[in-house]
Design a protein around this ligand. Structure first.
Ligand code: HEC
Length: 124
């Protein structure tokens, strides 16, 4: 009885984390929320800087670019931009009226992360 309980506990502790980990790519591939998928990639890429790119976007960009870049508002929808990654970085840094430039407020890696995030959003 005692041994059986220990064995089943051991099985549960192996099986649950394994299926949990296996579900992650499937959930990501299902793409319930494409902003979460894009942010997960970027946050991982910039994990040394403890990046939370959606929080950064919300604090600086959501004012004009809504739905985390998915919806047109005062500023255009950013998902599917025809600008290259470098051009996106340049636009964020220097702005273009009426969008302000952010090179004085943001660090270069933050501008890069925002550009990577925008380019990771779906294009259609
Ligand atoms: C005050 C409103 C405002 C804020 C804040 C703002 N933007 Fe913009 N943004 C705009 C407008 C308006 C445009 C279109 C300007 C133009 O004619 O090119 C634009 C254009 C862009 C473009 C070019 C899109 C394209 O395909 O041409 C990018 C990229 C962009 N914004 C990213 C950002 C990011 C990232 C932030 C936050 C760091 C941000 N913006 C903050 C208003 C804003």
């Amino acid at each position: 009885m005692f041994r059986l309980a220990n064995v089943s506990r051991a099985i549960v502790s192996v099986v649950i984390p394994a299926s949990f980990i296996a579900a992650q790519p499937i959930l990501a591939a299902a793409g319930e929320d494409p902003t979460e998928v894009a942010a997960a990639i970027v946050d991982k890429q910039y994990s040394e800087q403890e990046m939370d790119v959606k929080r950064l976007f919300a604090s600086r960009c959501s004012w004009c670019h809504q739905g985390y870049g998915m919806k047109q508002a005062d500023g255009p929808r950013l998902a599917g931009t025809l600008l290259s990654r470098d051009e996106v970085m340049d636009r964020i840094a220097r702005g273009r009226s009426p969008m302000p430039g952010f090179r004085k407020q943001l660090k270069p890696f933050q501008i890069e992360a925002l550009a990577d995030y925008i380019k990771a959003l779906p294009t259609d």
